[in-house]
Design a protein around this ligand. Structure first.
Ligand code: GRF
Length: 193
């Protein structure tokens, strides 16, 4: 097998998708390894999980930088210090500049909890219920400057069931997210996406 692709993960919170990627990457034949986890919030619970797995972590608060671009330039230095080939956003709650997305174009992935192009942005589960859709799901896509707009790599669908609340629907989607992201990263690492 060719050398494994080096992957950095960007989080802001609990990091359950990050954990799914870390677990998948433990398989000897998985084509990617997780080399670092970055959070813009030092209190993100996912950082502890990553450290417990022996993965390098870094945090920076955007508020300590004069501009978003300065913050992202430092972030790119960190990612390049880890020699990341691919960057996975996993619940990273910051909008990225076109400069950053251009720099990582084709190597920057995100997971979004809806069947894009439906329901970009926040509160996707409540909006799906309000929209009376029969199916909902999640999308792993390449990141481009527009919010949740880049080309889809894979999608997974779940039914919307009678009596669903945003929480029950989110939980059903999350189960699929944890399978979908490792599969999409595998495809990108192998050059199949
Ligand atoms: C997930 O639903 C993901 O799709 C969205 O933010 C949530 C992050 O959850 N982008 P976690 O931190 O991976 O548990």
């Amino acid at each position: 097998m060719n050398a494994k692709k080096r992957v950095a993960i960007l989080i802001s919170g609990r990091g359950s998708n990050m954990t799914a990627l870390i677990e998948a990457a433990k398989a000897p034949d998985y084509p990617a390894e997780i080399v670092g986890v970055f959070s813009n919030r030092a209190a993100a619970p996912g950082l502890e999980t990553a450290r417990a797995e022996g993965i390098e972590t870094a945090t920076l608060a955007q508020s300590s930088f004069p501009s978003r671009l300065d913050f992202e330039n430092r972030l790119t230095e960190i990612l390049e210090g880890w020699r990341a080939d691919i960057v996975c956003l996993a619940g990273f709650m910051r909008i990225l500049t076109p400069e950053f997305t251009a720099h990582w174009q084709g190597r920057l992935l995100n997971i979004h909890p809806s069947l894009l192009p439906d329901f970009p942005g926040l509160d996707t589960h409540a909006r799906a219920l309000a929209g009376n859709v029969a199916e909902h799901g999640c999308t792993v896509h390449f990141v481009t400057p527009g919010l949740d707009e880049g080309p889809a790599i894979l999608q997974a669908r779940v039914p919307v069931l009678p009596g669903d609340t945003p929480e029950t629907l989110a939980a059903r989607v999350l189960v699929e997210e944890h399978k979908l992201y490792p599969e999409a990263l595998r495809m990108v690492a192998l050059g199949e996406a």
